[in-house]
Design a protein around this ligand. Sequence first.
Ligand code: AMP
Ligand code: MG
Length: 332
Amino acid sequence: MTTVWTVDAEHPAPGDLAEAARLLAAGNLVAFPTETVYGLGANALSMEAIDRLYAAKGRPRANPLIVHVADPESAQNLCDSWPDSAELLAQAFWPGPLTLVLPHGGKIHSGVTAGGDTVALRVPAHPVALALLRAAGIPVAAPSANPSGFISPTLPDHVLQGLGGKIAGLVSAGPCERGVESTVIDLSGSQPVLLRPGPLTPEEIAHVLGIPPEKLLISAATGMEGPEKSPGRMGRHYAPKAQVVCVASSGEAQSWCDRWTREGKRHVWLALEPGPGSILLPNTPPGALHSIYKTLHKIDRDGYNHVVAVLPPAEGRWLAFRDRLLRASLSQ
Ligand code: AMP
Ligand code: MG
């Protein structure tokens, strides 16, 4: 059975989180809201809790976890070195949708890091996440609260649909503002590398680091040029049950829709501009990111089998949205 605690998103009463924090610290799995997506929390100091987490999600052990902490000092305590770049980014963006990858020097056990030398760390900005982390008093490993490979949850119902009955609890506090996972930056090498595009754009990161945007290396797994740095990242991810096709122009999107109409297949055009048969997403990067997973969940629930989307321009501010569309479109 999964216990659900419904709390105020802005001002959670400490008493409302006490039971969730206790269960979490004791090694149970508790889902909670962050400003990106709902996370599935496990005590990062407990090997048993981490085993439970991988099992509940069906997540491959080679895919390392992001450790969530309440403040930058707690993050520093879990890594071996804290370069100036980490200090600059933490000061600019924490609490917020940014994950930093740093050498851990043995300060966290290998089950969390997939056996690697680095740990991924984040201070989330959601008041409920912060209050829960403080109350639990432990670092919390928290991947998205969904079965591995499927769409991340941005509403409490999404968590229950995917993991209800399999986890001890869910702290329920409405929708997640950002709507996609954090931007991940690797600071463990000689140059910073963007491992996963997210709500913070490459331009924003480069600006704070005081480097030209083109100096920020971009990992090959994002679909852009660059070296592969992160272990365990899989191609298909964040995917709905429906088949998603990404195209370059509205003409191509229309051809797919015509073909599916001829074949009698339930389909939809996921669009940034109004058009026939389309579901409209807000035509700004933050708006489109906020809505993408919620909309893909709804497309599945409404029984559409085919989705076509026109990719936005390959520029920094649209990178995360392109990345999520492309990942949703890859076949298993
Ligand atoms: P999620 O699946 O949303 O929990 O995201 C975790 C992401 O962070 C994945 O892309 C991981 O590969 C990445 N990640 C976590 N830990 C590390 C690490 N130590 N080094 C590089 N990437 C990491
Ligand atoms: Mg995930």
